[in-house]
Design a protein around this ligand. Structure first.
Ligand code: HEM
Length: 402
């Protein structure tokens, strides 16, 4: 089986040439990495199989390269997981997430107010990080002014994933101590109100209307969530939404600015933004893969992935698979959803991203504000991406708007 180094310079950077060529050569490759066997599974159909076949591809040990938090909360497989997911399905629905639309606009306007006098700067620092971190804080009911901590945690988590799992664990410990304080604040509100049996009707009445309140008032298998379950779930919602949504906003902005005629088209017809957002997700997936673990040998293309291997699904090669998409390596604003199979940038199956509607809404509202309020916005240097193997996240985005 072909062996690849996902940290090699040609595998980072633009990525498309490397991964397209690899997918065309083989459906599976061995990842040069730590002690355990790791594999990369490629192509639309294979990735879909992996996302939907929960019996053979388990999330029991999480979706990171290393095994973390066995069987806790989000780290479960159906059928048990289906009930867990019901805890927040409605809250995160297209209708449910509208509760944050005014906050998305407020935060985006505030960031643009801060940017305008500067005339130029790095959009990753000015928008990409703070926008989704502050919106995530609102959604979870956390203080927006702890942004420096949020930036540090999200940065460390992404970068340490491979080289330094110890740093990743330390970040998790630090985050969990913070989550514990926030959970305690909500529990205190319940105690102050004399409530011993928290219930869904307390969300938005006795308690603030936040995801943390939802998780503290709903029962799973007849029991309230344990602290370990709460921490794991809140980490998913917090980390899952920050760098990915920031990347969506900036990756799309880049595609619009690199061809000013595209930006003109969107300025003239803002209704194109919905299609542009999904085309950006397809073309530049912020999460370019997540891990599962095989429960038995899995054969593909004459190769065998042994049981108990960590396998990374490759969103990138799925979304640009010529067997599925016409003209896959062209960014187009005129792909009709009815003619185009859905990209796999939000994953699929039981673990399909519950933040998908939040991300789409947040990106759209922020881009409308950025495009309207910064009419002279343009690129002012080379946009670079972080050297993370499974995220396509902007590192620096030099731009000018005066
Ligand atoms: C453009 C933005 C986003 C992208 C590209 C993205 C991508 C993904 C992907 C690919 C998965 C599946 C992980 C897997 O297969 O193991 C996922 C899961 C998840 N996402 Fe998102 N996400 C985004 C935004 C958000 C937001 C805004 C939130 C929170 C509001 C969020 C919360 C989560 C959570 C909690 C999971 C875990 C689901 C589970 O394991 O059952 N995501 N996301």
């Amino acid at each position: 089986m072909k062996v690849i180094d996902m940290k090699a310079p040609e595998a980072l950077g633009e990525r498309a040439p490397f991964y397209n060529a690899l997918r065309d050569e083989c459906p599976v490759a061995k990842i040069e990495a730590a002690e355990q066997e790791h594999f990369l599974l490629m192509g639309y159909d294979n990735v879909r199989t992996m996302l939907n076949d929960h019996e053979r591809f388990s999330k029991h040990w999480g979706n990171q390269m290393v095994r973390l938090e066995e069987g806790v909360a989000l780290n479960q497989d159906p059928p048990a997981f289906n009930d867990f997911r019901k805890l927040y399905t409605n809250y995160m629905s297209p209708r449910g997430v509208r509760r944050w639309s005014d906050d998305c606009k407020r935060v985006a306007n505030d960031l643009v107010d801060q940017m305008r006098p500067l005339g130029s700067g790095d959009l990753q620092q000015l928008i990409g990080k703070p926008l989704p971190a502050r919106v995530a804080a609102v959604a979870l009911g956390f203080p927006e002014d702890r942004f420096d901590d949020y930036r540090r945690w999200t940065d460390t988590f992404l970068i340490s994933m491979i080289e330094d799992p110890g740093a990743q664990q330390r970040t998790i410990d630090e985050m969990y101590a913070f989550f514990a304080e926030q959970i305690e604040r909500v529990r205190q509100m319940l105690r102050d109100a004399g409530i011993t049996e928290p219930a869904p009707e307390h969300v938005g009445t006795v308690l603030p209307d936040t995801l943390t309140s939802v998780l503290l008032t709903h029962k799973y298998n007849g029991q309230y969530l344990t602290d370990a379950m709460l921490h794991r779930t809140i980490r998913g919602f917090f980390l899952g939404g920050v760098d990915t949504t920031g990347a969506l906003v900036l990756n799309l902005l880049y595609r619009l600015l690199e061809r000013p005629e595209r930006m003109e088209q969107v300025r003239e017809n803002p209704a194109l933004l919905d299609a542009a957002i999904d085309e950006s997700l397809r073309f530049d997936p912020p999460a370019i893969g997540m891990f599962r673990e095989t429960t038995e040998d899995f054969s593909v293309g004459g190769e065998v992935i042994p049981a108990h291997s960590r396998v990374l699904y490759s969103t990138f090669t799925a979304n640009r698979d010529p067997a599925v998409y016409k003209d896959p390596d062209t960014f187009r604003l005129d792909r009709r959803p009815s003619e185009t199979p859905i990209h796999l940038s939000f994953g699929g199956g039981a673990h399909f991203c519950p933040g998908a509607w939040t991300a789409r809404m947040e990106a759209k509202l922020a881009l409308e504000i950025i495009i309207a309020r910064l009419p002279k916005l343009r690129l002012a240097g080379k946009v670079t991406h972080l050297d993370a193997i499974n995220f396509f996240v902007v590192q620096s985005f030099p731009a000018a708007w005066d």
